[in-house]
Ligand binder design. Structure first.
Ligand SMILES: Cc1ncc(COP(=O)(O)O)c(C=O)c1O
Ligand SMILES: N[C@@H](CCCC[NH3+])C(=O)O
Length: 441
């Protein structure tokens, strides 16, 4: 059986269960494609992160990087767990507001926040603005002076450390669009400007080196580098941050080929390194913030599809097409990301075929999985693609005018629809007809 599946995730009939709910019943009730989340698993991941910090007796904050999966219900779940979240756009901020998420617990990221977004954040009372560049810093200084509004900020630093991950999701290197460059002294200048701003309260430094990282070493390097810089800033600029935000990026297991550490192992290493480095530099211990996105939601989510048409090219390949694809999960096409799938009616059945799972979109690259071992299948069977909880729904599109799927939360045997399936009418809701010029009427 697929090693991603825990044995308690099967019912007596061997149907795959999520949060105590039968996936075949979910497919029947809500149709497919369908995003399904085990919200108990999300809560458990949060609890595991909290525990590492608490065992180490350090001040901390966990800020969920909501770009990984943002809906009203998700922000509400995060609020229930009493952690923070970060947003990267007016749209995410708006969704958090609709969820009544406490604005004091929101951090606002982004390398090109518009004036409208900055204003929206100040109006909302966002707790922490993560300032990315000099233009934004100047805009924020002007806005806060004008409004006489004391605003808490962190500065995002590009530490000049490359994470070993896909180029598209590596962000900490010197040549990055994100953050104040550390090596050239831009970060020092930004600190001085922020210190001089009467309405900015600079509480911390942020950096994020990338996503789906499998090695501790990048995080330890950030800590070493940042604490060294903080010690210098304390001497030279009379500035010592209260908070060190090391971002997210903790890698998760998508397939049997992946061997990540536990997300909590990363945090344990970060905490221990921070304790060691602050001692070595004779500076005060820092409050440590992390921003996990993927590691909180990836494994908690799966996508249910219905198998449709099959195509077998003798001696070459068998394709099984499903009723979704790159519109609900762009990651395989965009990052060559790999997933595994099981047959929802019985993941324990022995494999009898190797099939490649194709989407229904008009692109050859619309392949969800290459060469998946599966039992015998027939049209109408429900296929569960595992670990799709991060950056699936979040990056979904209406390509080919396909409506986006619904999202269902499951916990303790109950399911709840939290995002409705889009209808065809939703697709044209914002369209306006071609206007006919007067003279041709
Ligand atoms: C600033 C920032 N924080 C946190 C995250 C979350 O990353 P991940 O989902 O890999 O944990 C990202 C995305 O890479 C990010 O850009
Ligand atoms: N969207 C990416 C992660 C990017 C993280 C954003 N900083 C993924 O699916 O892997």
């Amino acid at each position: 059986m697929n090693e991603q599946i825990k044995t308690d995730a099967l019912n007596a009939a061997h149907h795959l269960m999520v949060g105590g709910v039968d996936t075949l019943a979910l497919a029947e009730a809500y149709q497919t494609p369908l995003y399904v989340y085990d919200t108990g698993a999300i809560r458990a991941e949060i609890a595991a992160f909290k525990q590492v910090f608490e065992t180490n007796h350090v001040d901390y904050q966990i800020s969920y990087a909501s770009k990984a999966f943002a809906t009203v219900a998700m922000y509400q779940l995060i609020a229930q767990e009493h952690i923070h979240c970060d947003v990267v756009s007016g749209g995410e901020l708006y969704t958090a507001q609709q969820a009544d998420f406490p604005m004091a617990n929101v951090s606002f990221h982004g390398n090109n926040k518009s004036l409208a977004e900055l204003t929206m954040a100040l109006d909302a009372g966002v707790g922490n603005m993560v300032v990315d560049n000099f233009d934004e810093l100047q805009q924020l200084i002007a806005l806060t002076n004008q409004r006489q509004q004391l605003t808490t900020i962190m500065l995002r630093i590009a530490p000049g450390i490359s994470a070993h991950t896909h180029d598209y999701i590596s962000t900490g290197q010197e040549d990055s669009k994100f953050g104040f460059d550390l090596n050239s002294g831009q970060a020092d200048t930004a600190v001085k400007q922020a210190q001089a701003a009467p309405f900015l309260n600079l509480v911390g430094i942020h950096c994020h080196i990338g996503s789906q990282i499998f090695e501790l070493n990048g995080f330890e390097m950030i800590v070493d580098k940042l604490v060294g810089v903080f010690a210098r800033w304390q001497r030279e600029l009379d500035f010592y941050p209260q908070i060190m935000n090391v971002g997210g990026g903790f890698g998760v297991k998508y397939t049997a080929e992946d061997h990540p550490l536990q997300p909590t192992d990363f945090v344990d290493a970060i905490v221990k390194e921070t304790i060691a480095q602050t001692k070595a530099h004779h500076v005060p211990m820092l409050e440590i913030w992390i921003e996990p996105g993927r590691s909180l939601v990836a494994a908690a989510g799966l996508t249910l599809y219905t198998i449709g048409d099959a195509k077998e090219i003798p001696g070459i390949r068998k394709y099984l097409a499903v009723d979704g694809g790159m519109g609900d999960n762009i990651r395989p096409a965009l990052y060559q990301a790999k997933y595994e799938a099981v047959l929802a009616k019985d993941p324990t059945l022995p494999a009898e075929q190797v099939a490649s799972i194709a989407g229904k979109y008009c692109e050859s690259g619309d392949m969800l999985i290459w060469n998946q071992q599966l039992p015998a299948t027939k049209s109408g069977d429900v296929l569960a693609v595992l670990d799709t909880g991060a950056y699936g729904y979040a990056m979904a599109s209406n390509y080919n005018r396909n409506p986006r799927p619904a999202v269902v939360f499951c916990e303790q045997g109950h399911s709840q629809l939290v995002v409705q399936r889009e209808s065809y009418a939703d697709l044209t809701r914002l369209d306006l007809p071609l206007s006919v010029p007067e003279e041709t009427k």
